[in-house]
Write a protein that binds this ligand. Structure first.
Ligand code: HAM
Length: 499
């Protein structure tokens, strides 16, 4: 950051975006300012911080240097800060927070039903945990920087490496298998599309220490259960399944060295995002022969296990694993949700076996969730390997889908009681009533300094169950007036009998 001291100072003086249209700056200068700002924000070692930025982002540039008012001049107050959160991030006002809590509650409930334990990790992690060489997009989208102690750190883009770190740290003190879930915020300096943001929350479920396909079957069970709880059916959403071992078998057929495996997977995952020709070109420059490239592209177009078997032969592990999963799916009763699709490879380098992704059948949105088996991640951190698999399920795409299907729940605010003193001198008595009800566990909104008409409207707005009016004549008799809002019933009750 010290490379940009001047710009950094001026970043503190952001003004509303509206002003930008009046700035007589050439597009080139505005672009330059943006890229400088982006590199300040996103730190140096990530070359992508500028390459992922597009011209659409230019409106995010800080206002160019003007002369900030001198401190103490009294004019600082004229500088209204930008009230928007940083691009790609969200505020959660109460109604959005209610929705988020409701969704997380569904995540937690499914995890409980599947008998998983909750874990948590810091959002800030050591950069080394995320340095991988296979050219994954995620490693080029890091929010990375140096902390005040000179350590390279990142805002985590995903949770799996942290989980692997904790598994290694706990070592032999824990008995396997582990079934862990977590819900946490992840950060990726990503080009935004519908449901893709620069921060998102991810629900992760991972099983550590199970090499059998049972683990994948349990994870898919969890995903399907969640969809069912949300009212989503198998005609809205499908889960595409394949195995990285398919590609491994193809590479073996063409004697392509094992060390190219992860890189090939990452390149192949770009099919559909960039042209087939570009993918082929990247594969060849990674060292894959043109014959093998042809073989890979052909196999990836298969959507039938029988055809795959015809190409690879029946004694390939990929076929056995996939058949096992499809057979277990029948028993679990979710086979209508899953389909084999060899083009599912996933963009993360560490997957080694079965991989899966949920998608909306109308094809309007990006992947809803994704995961797979990663049996060799631990050894990349210098530990012994333990078989593992899991998935990540974001909060943004699913909300888009629920909106699309009209399945968003109606989550009004809910308050049990509103307590209102009809007289200012009764504020002490109203406090006593509110406090007694709160001790009993009621949610109580204590309102004062308002007109009665406002209080009634407010009670409706917050979905209160009762209105408790503390009035002088009632109080003299040891009573309060209660109004039940759903039935409009009204009565007096003794203060100590208020329940
Ligand atoms: P991933 O496919 O990169 O996998 O992300 C998992 C899910 O997180 C996506 O399917 C999507 O729902 C959500 N997601 C990812 N990036 C964004 C974004 N920029 N904005 C909104 N939502 C997003 C992983 O992260 C793996 N670590 C998952 C895993 C866990 N594999 C094994 N265990």
């Amino acid at each position: 950051m010290s490379a940009f001291p001047v710009l950094q100072n001026h970043l503190l003086f952001l003004r509303p975006r509206l002003h930008l249209s009046f700035i007589p700056f050439s597009p080139r200068l505005r672009r330059r300012l943006f890229f400088s700002a982006a590199s300040v924000q996103c730190s140096s070692s990530s070359p992508s911080s500028s390459s992922t930025a597009s011209r659409d982002d230019i409106d995010e540039v800080a206002e160019p240097p003007g002369v900030p008012p001198p401190p103490g001049s009294g004019r600082e107050t004229q500088q209204l800060i930008d009230v928007n959160p940083p691009r790609g991030t969200r505020d959660f006002p109460p109604e959005d927070m209610r929705l988020r809590n409701w969704l997380f509650q569904q995540f937690r409930e499914v995890s409980r039903i599947l008998s998983f334990e909750e874990v948590d990790f810091p959002v800030l992690e050591s950069e080394a945990l995320f340095i991988r060489k296979a050219g994954e997009e995620i490693t080029q989208q890091l929010y990375n920087f140096e902390d005040k102690g000179g350590r390279r750190v990142v805002l985590r883009p995903e949770i799996t490496p942290s989980l692997a770190r904790l598994v290694i740290k706990q070592g032999k003190s824990v008995s396997l298998p582990l079934k862990w879930f977590t819900i946490g915020q992840c950060w990726r300096y990503e080009r935004m599309t519908r449901g893709r943001r620069r921060e998102h929350y991810q629900w992760n479920m991972d099983i550590i220490g199970v090499s059998r396909v049972r683990a994948e079957a349990e994870l898919v069970n969890a995903i399907v259960l969640l969809f069912e709880r949300l009212g989503i059916t198998s005609s809205d959403v499908g889960i595409r399944v394949s195995s990285r071992k398919v590609l491994q078998a193809v590479l073996q057929m063409y004697a392509i060295p094992e060390r190219l495996f992860a890189e090939v997977c990452v390149i192949v995952d770009k099919l559909g995002k960039i042209t087939k020709e570009e993918v082929e070109k990247e594969l060849m420059s990674a060292g894959v022969t043109s014959e093998a490239v042809k073989g890979i592209v052909e196999v990836l177009s298969l959507t039938s296990l029988d055809k795959l078997e015809a190409v690879l032969g029946s004694d390939v592990e990929a076929i056995a694993d996939l058949k096992k999963l499809f057979s277990l799916a029948e028993h679990y009763g979710y086979s209508q949700w899953i389909t084999f699709d060899a083009s599912v490879v996933r963009g993360l380098a560490y997957y080694t076996g079965i991989v899966f992704e949920a998608f909306d059948r109308e094809g309007k949105l990006r992947a809803i969730c994704g995961g797979g088996r990663y049996d060799q991640l631990l050894s990349t951190f210098g530990s012994d390997d333990i078989p593992a698999c899991g998935f990540g399920f974001g909060d943004a795409v699913i909300v888009e889908l629920l909106k699309e299907k009209g399945l968003l729940p109606d989550l009004g605010r809910q308050v049990d009681d509103i307590v209102f003193p009809l007289d200012e001198e009764l504020e002490g008595q109203a406090s006593m009533v509110a406090s007694a009800l709160r001790r009993k566990g009621h949610s109580v909104d204590l309102v004062e300094d308002k007109r009665l008409k406002w209080v009634f409207k407010h009670a409706e707005r917050v979905n209160a169950s009762r209105l408790i009016l503390v009035g002088n004549s009632e109080w003299q008799r040891g009573m309060v007036r209660v109004k039940v809002l759903s039935t409009r019933e009204e009565y007096e009750t003794k203060i100590d009998e208020l329940n």
